[in-house]
Design a protein around this ligand. Structure first.
Ligand code: GDP
Ligand code: MN
Length: 386
């Protein structure tokens, strides 16, 4: 689950990680009242969406008067912000963060990710922060300094010092950095984060370090024990199909290809995507319908796949162990009766009640292609998607 910048900064404040004073508005009527809490005559207004690249897309602006802030807020609220990180529709803007403008001396980068290969979290820092960090990562990866953190021993001062050296900080800033480093790791662990990114972390006129941006991703599997974080969820920012799927407890992830997949079991779903790819096609989604599905949830899953207009063929690969194949067949038939289907559907059903399922599908009005060999089923799906 992603957080908005203002939510990330609220957590930073809680963990004594320096940020700028800010207010959050959701209407231009609010601006004058709220902005008075800030002691400045120069502000930065920032559209709040779950995507980066806002600066380059006009979603971040330095403003000199209350009127300008009101105009900015009026312009963006209710609109979609399209950046290089969003799709062509963009993300809806319903809140704007307004903060005291900082005079930036230097922009740095600081982030923490989970690194599976070192089985730890890794803190990354670069002296070349700012809106072009992706280009730095691509062209000069040696400018990004990394340290793995031993979660049992805890963060070590020498690791913080190594990054501080990479950032070319002054002695005074090194101590500020060590504190930010320790507090950010603590926040990461306490709140079950999967990613935190501060880009830019800046040095201001008084030589102080400050976080001007904040991106946080929380491990969704931990949300059951992060109730205060869960309250920050903004479903308006989530992919429509993924949101719908989550309401039905379906593990669905939207992808870019044109072959819709319906599979039971995460491993089999991964394998199915692989075999589509190695047969020359591209999956439109990952979908694990799980073992506890019923006719209704299968039907919803099928409708979610169909609602993706990129989908030109559907490959259903069910290995009935816990899940019964006939329940899946009934769900598919129900969905098709409700919304219709005019693209090829290739089905491979094996295991629990597969004969019963086969009969159900054959006697339905559906144009279904049955193929019990997975390699052949995948090839067929790729061929028919073209
Ligand atoms: P992003 O483009 O979505 O990552 O949004 P950011 O919050 O990182 O803002 C983009 C850029 O706007 C930053 O890299 C800064 O260069 C600039 N910016 C943001 N806040 C301030 C500020 O307080 N003062 C100045 N001068 N520039 C700012
Ligand atoms: Mn940024």
């Amino acid at each position: 689950m992603n957080l908005h910048e203002y939510q990330a900064k609220t957590l930073f404040k809680e963990y004594d990680i320096p940020t700028t004073n800010f207010v959050v508005v959701d209407s231009h009527d609010d601006v004058e009242n709220k902005v008075q809490q800030l002691k400045t005559n120069k502000w930065v207004a920032k559209a709040q969406v779950h995507a980066g690249g806002r600066g380059k897309a006009g979603g971040v602006k330095v403003l000199d008067s209350i009127e300008e802030i009101e105009t900015f807020v009026k312009y963006w609220i209710g609109k979609n912000l399209i950046t290089y990180q969003t799709d062509e529709i963009g993300q809806p803007v319903s809140t704007i963060l307004v903060e005291e403008c900082t005079n930036i001396i230097k922009e740095l980068y600081l982030g923490i990710v989970i690194d599976r290969s070192s089985q730890s979290i890794v803190v990354m820092a670069s002296p070349d922060g700012g809106v072009d960090i992706e280009a730095i990562a691509e062209n000069s990866p040696e400018r990004i300094f990394k340290v793995p953190i031993d979660l049992i021993a805890g963060p070590k001062r020498e690791d913080a010092l190594f990054l501080a050296k990479g950032l070319a900080l002054s002695d005074e800033q090194v101590e500020q950095f060590v504190k930010i480093f320790n507090n950010l790791i603590q926040l990461f662990i306490d709140k079950d984060l999967a990613l935190v990114e501060i880009n830019p972390l800046i040095i201001d006129e008084s030589k102080k370090l400050k976080c001007l941006d904040g991106k946080i991703n929380v491990d969704s599997n931990a949300l059951y024990r992060q109730q205060d974080i869960l309250k920050m969820r903004d479903t308006s920012q989530e992919e429509e199909r993924e949101l719908k799927a989550s309401e039905w407890d379906l593990n669905y992830i939207a992808l870019d290809g044109n072959i819709g997949c319906m599979v039971n079991g995460a491993g089999l779903a991964m394998g199915t995507m692989d075999i589509i790819k190695s047969s020359g096609g591209l999956p439109a989604n990952f979908l694990d319908v799980g073992g506890s599905v019923n006719k209704e949830s299968v039907s919803e899953a099928f409708k979610i796949i169909l609602s993706d207009k990129k989908v030109k063929a559907i490959l259903i690969n069910i290995f009935g162990g816990i899940v019964k194949c006939d329940v899946v067949a009934e769900g598919i038939i129900k969905a098709v009766e409700e919304v219709g289907v005019n693209i090829p559907v290739i089905v491979r059903l094996k295991g629990n009640n597969s004969e019963k399922a086969q009969i159900l599908l054959e006697t339905s009005s559906l144009n279904i292609i049955s193929e019990s060999d997975l390699s052949k089923a995948a090839l067929k799906a790729v061929e028919l998607s073209r």
